[in-house]
Design a protein around this ligand. Structure first.
Ligand SMILES: Cc1cc2nc3c(=O)[nH]c(=O)nc-3n(C[C@H](O)[C@H](O)[C@H](O)COP(=O)(O)OP(=O)(O)OC[C@H]3O[C@@H](n4cnc5c(N)ncnc54)[C@H](O)[C@@H]3O)c2cc1C
Length: 427
């Protein structure tokens, strides 16, 4: 049986970026069921990330804002955004992985079983062995399904197409707007060039991946109304997911990307989170290799590192507030109202790049628009333990990280008794 140091199942953004980061140190097999280097998703990101991760050649179009519209609000999120030619992104990564010696095979992962100190991975015709399997098969990962690992899932179900523009020479803008239908569907527009646009419909679903046929029907209707007779060049489909798993690793198996629900609630989006996190993921995998430990507990530390970064706590706290806005002010309208309340600080939230300074500023902005009392009213009592838990865990982490940095923490002094509250002796 062929043996590798690491087998990666799934050559989407997660599988390819992990393979590239690990290829210099390990013998890697990357399995992909479809044609490697292709995808049915579409990605917007930011100019600095395109530069940092060597994806400038895959930038299809640049724009300096994202427009969010709702029935009563408009929010321009100012940022240096880019929309990628998605297949070009994957082909750049594919080429790099091949040049680094990653063995990429078009074979479907069909199952696995444990063997001495590792796993035997099965595809239709072949069996391969490795001490470590990285599951990067996305939201429909058979490992996640078979082991019933999903605890909670929020999915944006997506269906659309790359189309030839009705009026060539005029690019669309990067925007999201609601259809205001009963299904609560939104439209996403990713312009690709003056001639082509990615248009898709999406809606949020709790604990289900929704019904793609229903989304297809809605999309056809939208396309007929907005671009009658448009030529469809390519289908877009899939989902953006966030959520929780019962376990983020099994013995000898670790999840990365959508399969590991990498996406924190409500922002960041999957592709952008993979860009931000793949180097950290690879570093943690190397640590497991160096200590030769692939048991579930050791591998869990990889996901802990990714999921417990302080920024995710900020995001969850702010995200919790955003949800109450959305619930109280009517879905998308509440969402855009909330973005407007955050003003120019909304972009760090969308990028999932927050720090304490940002949190302070965002809070002030939020409360100068909506009085604290109003915000508090939006929070249902049963959610308070969750929010308090997040705050306590965050404070705890902040203290631990300061101690590790050798920072002397301020002394907590006992409050003095209030002056003037009693007469001194003899007075
Ligand atoms: C239309 C659309 C628009 C989006 N827009 C954005 C955006 O603007 N910004 C953003 O950050 N994110 C966006 N996302 C989300 C983003 O695309 C995903 O989160 C991201 O693709 C997840 O990457 P992944 O590698 O984890 O999974 P995937 O991209 O799903 O890749 C998984 C890979 O595994 C393969 N696979 C599955 N099962 C098997 C098997 N049994 N054997 C072998 N291979 C298998 C699949 O074929 C696939 O290639 C969008 C998604 C869609 C669909």
């Amino acid at each position: 049986m062929e043996t590798f140091d690491i087998i990666i199942a799934g050559a989407g953004p997660a599988g390819l970026t992990a393979a590239i980061e690990l290829a210099n140190d390990y013998k890697i097999l990357l399995l992909e069921k479809n044609k490697p280097g292709t995808t049915t998703a579409t990605w917007y990101s930011y100019a600095d990330r395109a530069r940092e991760y060597g994806l400038e050649d895959a930038v299809a179009i640049r724009t300096d804002y994202i427009k969010f519209t709702s029935p009563s609000q408009t929010h321009y999120m100012r940022d240096d955004c880019v929309i990628f030619d998605h297949n070009k992104v994957l082909s750049i990564w594919l080429e790099k992985a091949v040049s680094l010696g990653v063995d990429i095979r078009q074979e479907e992962f069909t199952g696995y079983e444990y063997a001495d100190r590792g796993v035997v991975v099965k595809t239709g015709d072949n069996e391969y062995f490795a001490p470590l399997l990285i599951d990067a098969m996305g939201i429909n990962s058979p490992i996640i399904r078979q082991n019933k690992l999903i605890k909670r899932k929020d999915a944006w179900v997506i269906y659309g197409a790359r189309i030839k523009n009705k009026t060539p020479g005029k690019a669309y803008q990067l925007e999201y707007y609601p259809l205001n239908d009963e299904a609560n569907t939104y439209v996403g527009i990713h312009p690709i060039s003056n001639e082509e646009t990615n248009i898709y419909v999406f809606k949020g679903q709790k604990n289900t991946l929704g019904n793609p046929d229903e989304m297809k029907e809605i999309f056809e209707k939208v396309l007929n109304e907005t671009n009658p007779g448009a030529e469809k060049l390519e289908t877009l489909s899939g989902s953006i997911v966030s959520g929780l798993l019962h376990k983020y690793a099994l013995d000898n198996i670790v999840f990365f990307g959508s399969s590991g629900m990498l996406n924190p609630d409500g922002c960041g989006m999957g592709f952008n989170e993979i860009l931000k996190q793949h180097k950290i993921f690879a570093q943690e995998v190397k640590k497991c290799y160096q200590s030769n430990r692939f048991d579930q507990r050791s591998l869990n530390k990889i996901s802990d590192k990714i999921r417990n970064q302080e920024v995710i706590y900020f995001q969850k706290i702010i995200g919790a507030f955003s949800l109450y806005f959305i619930k109280s002010a009517g879905k998308w309208d509440g969402g855009v109202k909330w973005l407007n309340a955050m003003g120019e600080d909304s972009k760090q939230w969308m990028r999932n790049e927050m720090d304490l300074e940002w949190l302070k500023k965002a809070n002030l902005r939020l409360h100068s628009t909506i009085p604290v009392a109003e915000t508090l009213k939006m929070i249902p009592l049963n959610e308070l333990p969750f929010i308090m838990g997040q705050l306590i865990r965050f404070a705890n982490k902040a203290v631990v990280s300061k101690i590790k940095q050798g920072v002397k923490l301020p002394e907590f002094k006992k409050p003095k008794p209030e002056s003037g509250s009693g007469k001194k002796n003899g007075e």
